[in-house]
Design a protein around this ligand. Structure first.
Ligand code: BES
Ligand code: ZN
Length: 849
């Protein structure tokens, strides 16, 4: 709970711990409210440290006894740890503590979920298990003994023995405590095997609650694909005899990369065609890969301190994106990632929560597992790879693994391997790690005497704590087309390093049409006034799939802006251009579906705000409705036929090909449903035997106002399945008409199956509600008050999930004075809550500014 004055931790204050840990032995005597943890830890003075104060972190622990070298000691115990006088030579620390997993609702440390014991230690949860230097630069081998009646008892590393009521594990790879894990329960497994590239046999298991065995096969295939991919692309093989994955129902995050024992939110690993959508399958494949890839980027090479979080997360997100691009479609993955970056990272980087990819201070590290650290962190690595080229990237990564295996590293170490592998000076590039904010780049062009010149100007607006910004290195991928639509200059990377810079292209027969920032080569906002004709030209002809999509996106934005601001009708010329793409059956259906997806209402609010127009959520909603209505009407002649042509008539597979067709089919159904009163959606609902088709049909029925019967039927069919019921909760509140959204949300929290203690269920309702842009931003503030009520309720139980959810308020300064005042009042109400958690306190304070 909140201290009198919240403590801020600074990167510049880093000092190494005074002791090294040579080995850790832990014994767990499991009991729901009185688990005993007995530790035996070998410490030795750290020759690299000057400060020898002996402080061990510890929170919510009852110390039973402690010994040094076998002699009882009486440490000085406080709320956050203990201090003790220790010898100046190597010594053995032993202690016994008692903890209560059953009442641990924060889901951090050792807790229980459906009768099963499990742990979550990243970032600072190990200190809720026993007294320990809980910091990532303290690495050690762990031996763990688990005593209890549970059938299955797992920890990190390899199993070394078991008997009646006990099991022992040993992890030979030194690791920080945040990678520790323990699981015990009556679980069943889906087993498999993998042979590594050097011929080592590895046992693989996915452990689940009885009844979920039939939802493991897809995850297992994804794991084997990930293992093969990391060998082939990064030359990295697995390093233990066994790799375990466990599915847990109550989990704050998606999944966790504990060494040899990955723990997954069940929503991120369990899958079957009947219960999971194509999107679920794709996410599961990516997250299994992500956690597996951490074995090298995170575990074998870890972070020196939590300021370096992007070292493992940015790199691992980058790696999982490469993997998904290889398994599926590269352009579709890139476009989806940019949509996500703009929806989550741009608002963060341009609002009160803006922080550098490597932050310089924090109060609660859990609040820094952000889109900036993760997604912008991955973008920075993508830029680095673009700048140095694929071969140099590979050399740098080989050097990284070679030089730093077994170490706890910094961004400086990371950049140095690139400097050493390439001879480049990356001092200026490093600004991407230290400067927050989204650079804005404007472009002007000049055509004279056969020379075409592009001039770029970069500018990063001030962000909290950073008023002045220096110019960054920005790789701008550019291609040029001639007026016939032929590519006359293939993609070339222009390296921008100054505030203003020009690049000339010679030898052109006519003034070209530029395609700028191909593949979204840098996470910036491109400011360029482009005529509708030029955008339409790029929509028709650009050879870069991303920029083709981008041209369409800009046309859609412009069209919506004109509808909202001037009450204009839709841009029919754009719709004709879009129609040609949507009906072009030489193009990937998944790409065509992305072309059909309109900017979200929240994105439009941002666009209007940047143009100096205060966004009106109701007007934005109405314009999006009207536009979809126009599209449906203009295209009614071909919608049913086109939809039929992409229908899949083969057994369900969650692969890129089938899911692309279903995704286009669903976008077309959404339009069709505007004309037929939901008839086609009802027919799809009745015939559906996979969740993708069932859910898209239900969603269209609800938005056509015809969802009552299907919503009931869906509940009857799926009330036994938590993960499907999460979709049911989320869809109703997400699809509700804006003026009904608060009522729907209030009804859902009264439903017997609503359980605020389960993060998935809480997020389904509250996250779904906040995504209902116009409903959440209802003018009378009822939406804000509803959400604040629930954040206040959850804070006592689960600070982490509460704090993360606060970010839905981060864009509040976009809106009108009335709404701002209403939001401010709710933020202040949360802030005034007695015993507000440190997590939520920090978030609300930063959002208030
Ligand atoms: N290490 C994280 C999990 C984590 C996050 C633990 C925050 C503690 C606090 C894990 O590798 C991760 O990043 N998981 C992501 C999914 C991933 C695909 C980006 C998650 O859980 O959302
Ligand atoms: Zn991760």
């Amino acid at each position: 709970m909140k201290d009198a004055a919240p403590k801020t931790i600074y990167l510049k204050d880093y000092t190494p711990f005074g002791y090294v840990v040579e080995s850790v032995h832990l014994t767990f005597r499991l009991a729901p409210t009185s688990t005993r943890v007995i530790s035996r830890i070998a410490f030795a003075p750290n020759p690299d440290a000057t400060d020898r104060a002996f402080f061990l972190h510890g929170e919510e622990l009852s110390l039973i006894w402690a010994k040094i070298d076998g002699q009882d000691v009486l440490p000085d115990v406080t709320d956050d740890g203990l201090r003790c006088t220790v010898p100046d030579t190597p010594f053995i620390w032993e202690a016994e503590v008692e903890i209560s997993p059953q009442t641990n609702t924060a889901l951090e440390g050792l807790y229980m979920s459906n009768g099963m014991y499990c742990t979550q230690c990243e970032a600072e949860g190990f200190r809720k298990i026993t007294y320990y230097p809980d910091r990532p630069d303290v690495m050690s081998t762990f031996t763990v003994r688990i005593e209890g009646e549970e059938k299955v008892k797992l920890s990190n590393g390899n199993p070394v023995g078991s008997g009646d009521g006990w099991a022992e594990w040993h992890d030979p790879w030194p690791k920080p405590a945040y990678l520790f894990a323990l699981v015990a329960g009556d679980l069943v497994n889906h087993p498999d095997r993998f042979t590594t590239m050097s011929g080592k046999e590895v046992e693989l298991n996915i452990w689940v609650r009885p009844g979920d065995e039939d939802k493991c096969a897809f995850g297992m295939e994804a794991l084997k694909k990930s293992m093969t991919w990391d060998e082939e692309v990064y030359g990295r093989e697995y390093d233990l005899d066994i790799f375990n994955i466990v599915a847990v129902d109550d989990f704050n995050m998606g999944a966790m990369e504990n060494k040899g024992l990955n723990v997954f939110n069940s929503s991120c690993v369990l899958a079957s065609p009947e219960t999971s959508t194509d999107m679920n399958f794709e996410r599961i494949e990516a997250i299994i890969a992500h956690e597996y890839f951490h074995n090298w980027t995170g575990n074998r090479i870890t972070c020196r301190d939590w300021f370096q979080l992007c070292l493992k997360e940015g790199l691992t997100v980058f790696r999982d994106a490469q993997f998904t691009a290889d398994m599926r479609s590269e352009p579709v993955k890139r476009i989806s990632d940019v949509i996500d970056l703009r929806a989550r990272q741009f608002p963060e980087d341009q609002g009160p929560l803006s922080h550098p990819v490597r932050p310089e201070s924090f109060q609660e590290i859990n609040n820094f597992y952000t889109a900036t650290v993760y997604e912008k962190g991955a973008e920075v690595i993508g830029m680095l790879k673009t700048l140095v080229g694929d071969d140099a990237y590979k050399r740098a990564l080989d050097l990284y693994f070679d030089r730093h295996d077994g170490q706890a590293c910094t961004i400086e170490d990371w950049l140095r391997v690139f400097e050493d592998a390439t001879g480049r000076d990356l001092a200026q590039f490093k600004l991407w790690y230290s400067q927050s904010g989204t650079p804005r780049v404007s472009v002007s062009e000049d055509w004279a005497d056969g020379v075409y010149t592009l001039t770029f100007r970069q500018h990063t607006p001030p962000t909290p704590g950073q008023d002045v910004k220096d110019p960054k290195v920005i790789p701008v991928a550019v291609g040029l087309l001639n007026p016939n639509g032929d590519e006359v200059v293939p993609t070339r990377v222009l390296e921008m390093t100054k505030a203003e810079q020009s690049f000339a292209f010679e030898g052109l027969a006519s003034k070209p049409i530029p395609s700028i920032l191909r593949g979204f080569s840098a996470p910036i906002v491109l400011e360029r006034t482009v005529s509708r004709e030029e955008r339409a030209f790029l929509l028709a002809h650009d050879t870069d799939a991303f920029n083709r999509w981008e041209a369409n996106r800009n046309l859609a934005r412009d069209c919506l802006v004109a509808m909202i601001r001037n009450g204009a009708g839709p841009d029919m010329a754009w719709l004709e251009g879009l129609e040609r793409v949507v009906r072009d059956d030489t193009l990937d259906p998944a790409f065509r579906a992305l072309m059909l997806s309109l900017p979200t209402q929240s994105e439009m609010a941002q666009v209007l705000f940047e143009m100096g127009t205060t966004p009106d959520p109701d007007a934005i909603w109405q314009a999006a409705e009207d536009l979809r209505g126009h599209m449906a009407e203009a295209w009614q002649g071909f919608l049913p036929e086109l939809r039929a042509s992409v229908a899949v008539d083969a057994p369900y597979k969650p692969d890129a090909e089938q899911s692309g067709k279903r995704s286009l089919g669903s976008a077309l159904l959404a339009l069709q449903s505007r004309l037929d009163g939901g008839a086609a959606a009802q027919a799809q609902y009745d015939a559906a035997d996979d969740m993708t088709l069932q859910l898209s049909a239900l969603s269209q029925l609800i938005s056509a106002g015809q969802g009552a019967a299907a919503t009931k039927a869906f509940e009857q069919q799926w009330k036994h399945d938590r993960l499907v019921m999460d979709k049911w909760f989320g869809l109703q509140v997400g699809m509700a008409k804006p003026d009904m959204a608060v009522d729907v949300a209030e009804g859902l929290v009264e439903h017997p199956a609503f359980d605020m203690g389960n993060p998935n269920r809480f997020r389904a309702v509250m996250g779904g509600f906040a995504m209902n842009h116009a409903g959440f931003h209802r003018k009378d503030g009822a939406g804000y008050a509803f959400l604040a009520d629930w954040l206040i309720k959850l804070d006592d139980k689960n600070p982490q999930t509460t704090a993360r959810m606060c970010s839905v308020f981060q864009t509040w300064k976009r809106y009108d004075d009335g709404r701002q005042a209403l939001i401010r009042a709710q933020l202040e109400r949360i802030k005034a809550k007695p015993k507000l958690s440190r997590d939520t306190d920090e978030m609300v304070s930063r959002i208030l500014g």
